[in-house]
Write a protein that binds this ligand. Structure first.
Ligand code: NAG
Length: 168
């Protein structure tokens, strides 16, 4: 199994259980998230709702929680939205922190293409949700999520070069 950590903080952000698609000249990874229900185990064991068990069933339902699989699995922490100015400030700092950590070839590609990828994100800014890794470290990557038109499940966007692949 492969796990993808935030190159700057070591937080686990993704694994190969979630297929990704490279977009924006491989600057971003697009990953499909999914709403899943937790805690709803054994709801459907044949208990008749009209029988005595009915009350207990409600108890089970109360404990079930809807979560987004990626957020839940990697304990991503949602942050307040960025406005345009905050987003640009974040990007400048992130690029400054990440660039020196990349190999030479990747540095060149990053410098060449990250601007257009930033524009792509800016064009979606009002629709984006913002997440950081579990440590909530200031210098870490931001993971974005949004709903494509008509979608009921969120699509996530990762900075491809900000991820470190770990075999485990
Ligand atoms: C950035 O996007 C513009 C407009 O789509 C395009 O003309 C330009 O070639 C792109 N730049 C790079 C480095 O890909």
């Amino acid at each position: 199994m492969l796990v993808y950590q935030d190159l700057l903080t070591g937080d686990e952000l993704l694994s190969d259980s979630f297929p990704y698609k490279e977009i924006e000249n491989c600057m971003l990874w697009e990953v499909q998230g999914k709403w899943v229900v937790h805690g709803a185990i054994n709801v459907d064991i044949g208990a008749n709702p009209s029988a005595e068990g009915g009350h207990e069933d409600e108890g089970v339902d109360d404990q079930s929680v809807k979560v987004v699989d990626i957020v839940d699995t990697f304990r991503l922490q949602e942050q307040p939205s960025f406005n345009k100015k905050e987003f640009v400030t974040f990007m400048k700092r992130y690029i400054k922190n990440l660039t020196p950590k990349l190999e030479h070839e990747k540095q060149e590609l990053f410098k060449k293409h990250i601007e257009n990828a930033t524009k792509f994100l800016l064009s979606k800014l009002n629709d984006l949700q913002f997440f950081v890794g579990e440590s909530m470290h200031d210098d870490g990557a931001t993971v974005f999520a949004y709903y494509k038109e008509g979608a009921t499940d969120p699509t996530f966007l990762y900075f491809a070069y900000g991820l470190k692949e770990i075999k485990c």
